[in-house]
Ligand binder design. Sequence first.
Ligand code: UDX
Ligand code: UDX
Length: 464
Amino acid sequence: MTNNICCVGAGYVGGPTMAVIADFCPDKLVTVVDINEERIKAWNDSDLRNLPVFEPGLEDIIRRVRNRNLFFSVDVKKGIEQADIIFISVNTPIKEKGIGAGQTSDLRWVESCARQIKTYSKGHTIVVEKSTLPVKTAQTIKSILDGVVKDINNFGSKKTFSVLSNPEFLAEGTAIKDLECPDRVLIGGDDNDAINCLVGIYSKWINKEKVLTTDLWSSELSKLISNAFLAQRISSINTISALCEATGAKIKDVSLAVGMDRRIGKYFLNSGPGFGGSCFKKDISNLVYISNHYGLFEVAEYWQKVLDINSWQQSRFVELIVKTMFSTISSKTIAILGFSFKANTNDTRESPAIYICKKLIEEGAFLKIYDPKVKCSQIKKDLSSDNKTVEEEKWLYSDSIYETFNNADAALFLTEWDEFESLNWEEISKKMRRPSWVFDTRSIVNMEDVKKSGINIWQVGYGN
Ligand code: UDX
Ligand code: UDX
């Protein structure tokens, strides 16, 4: 029986996942460790508004379980020593340099985490890979942990390990709901005792029928493919948004009609500025990389197209904005509404807003950026490239939504925050410079209200 759980990595995945496990398993001691002191300090902040991750419902759980059976610490060694089950939840970004740069994941943190586990663990330890990883990473972890490892804390007896894959399927913004009521829990491995132990934890709140067990590789691959299929739907609908704009069909009606077919389903059919977030691009890049590696070039090309369409959608928006605003946006002010990669999160990783804002700045526009959850310091980081900060006189952070529109020539909606649905367009139209435009990449604003206020509007997937 496992009593002590440790999670290495207190990020978007590690933090919420462990909070939910601690909540449903009061008999387990759950410790989340991270090398980032600032992050751990934020997780331990008495003011719950300062938690490093914003997720609806997270604050309530943290209030209940923190310092009861959930602890956040920078003491990685102690966390590992105490645990009989360890989740690896460190970041696995796309490699920036060397072989596979831009395509495959950088596994250096997973590797160093495995080495720390090998050094500090005691007795038998179940190691669970939670981070999204390219297929066959469990083998890397296994190889590191393999061989005779003497347990110096236990009279030189041999340490043993079981490696499991237990991919996360939580989407940011709905992470707590996804963790509490998942569609499925996937556990891959070849050691039945270890698998049963993890099944035992999840079955505290999840029906056993929803827990699927497979071999390691199938589990790892299923995670990549789930994300690839979701991303593929977005690229598919985004190609159709362009066709709707050209022909006058309405994208929302098309999505609705198509999605009402139960075989297709209604989810992930919203056209927009392309998918962002830490997973989709990385996972498909990994899929392309491994397909090429195994000589499956047609497979690689097929999935590469999903990525290409995503970039194309963003660049076509920039071209459209410039063209509409009399072919120049130089010295024009554009209000940017929303910077996170989707609503209900403060995460900006791979946010379409980053590419689009950089391009608009390159074209000479001045941006006023508003987002209800993303901080100015984060936007500053995102808009700087090659260590050169984009001069701040090219953009301004706005913390009041209505102020953002002052003297703006155009307003560009990039994230589907709820508050953007019910804006007072009469008031806004008095603030903007004429002629004024709204570019709505999420079809979120009320088109009729905008038109009535005398502002020109373009919405994704709607022809003129
Ligand atoms: C997760 C998954 O783990 C990743 O594979 C997926 O692609 C994206 O989601 P996430 O929790 O979002 O990662 O990443 P992040 O918020 O960056 O958190 C990772 C944490 O691990 C960071 O706080 C980092 O400081 C910590 N870390 C990293 C360690 O504690 N030790 C290390 O050696 C490396
Ligand atoms: C995704 C997966 O959904 C989740 O299962 C996995 O574990 C991690 O990766 P996440 O990236 O947090 O989650 O968000 P998701 O809701 O999937 O959205 C990803 C991107 O697609 C966002 O930029 C979102 O705006 C975009 N999107 C989503 C669309 O453009 N249209 C849609 O219909 C749905």
